[in-house]
Design a protein around this ligand. Sequence first.
Ligand SMILES: Nc1nc2c(ncn2[C@@H]2O[C@H](COP(=O)(O)OP(=O)(O)O)[C@@H](O)[C@H]2O)c(=O)[nH]1
Ligand SMILES: [Mg+2]
Length: 222
Amino acid sequence: MENLTLVIPAKNEKESLPNVLNELKKYNLNIIVVLEKEDLDTINSIKEYNCKILYQINKGYGDALLQGIRNVKTNFFCVFNADGSFNPVELQNMYDHALKGNADFIFGSRYMNGALSEDDTIITFIGNKIFTFIGKVFFSLPISDILYTFVLGNTQKVNKLQLEEKSFSFCVELPILAKKSNHKLISVPSHERMRIAGKKKVNAFKDGFLILISMIKIYFKY
Ligand SMILES: Nc1nc2c(ncn2[C@@H]2O[C@H](COP(=O)(O)OP(=O)(O)O)[C@@H](O)[C@H]2O)c(=O)[nH]1
Ligand SMILES: [Mg+2]
């Protein structure tokens, strides 16, 4: 997968990220980790690994991803979590879809046949179903798990989208703007594992509310 770069946003992931990078070693991928300069624990934890580290200029998950994606030099990029919840064995199937031109953006989904989540709570499950439904009805999104954001896509195409969300709203902005630009989106089944250690950064209520506001904003803007 020499034409693929993983973009890993990380915040306080000193226990999980070294394990993630270790697991990724055998895949021979380009890896960019994006974090805050002040996050010394995480930075020190990955010193011996072969990856590019970028310090984000602002704060937030979306900010980290945008900055990371803008620095990808390969034809394809993939958003990859630092918490161990994404299994790298699933990358090959996603990459093959991209190489064959089956789609411009391939989204992992925890809610298809053969898929599973070990990390979902009842709240995040319901929230996801609601946002995925809004995505289908108001934006014609053909994806079944809008908030998961295990997405592999075409670098040139993602860089032409006017992405600007710096928060977790990035999760909805990417598929919506990709669809509006007439790119092809597909879902493939994914098995989300439990995060290895550390705390979840998403606050179901606060971030859920921000995501809803963001969807309304995008709906009226475009
Ligand atoms: N750089 C950066 N990474 C973040 C930020 N918030 C979350 N992340 C990372 O984004 C990924 C997803 O966050 P996580 O807490 O696992 O949320 P989940 O998707 O609900 O499981 C993890 O790799 C986090 O370390 C942030 O503000 N800045
Ligand atoms: Mg997680």
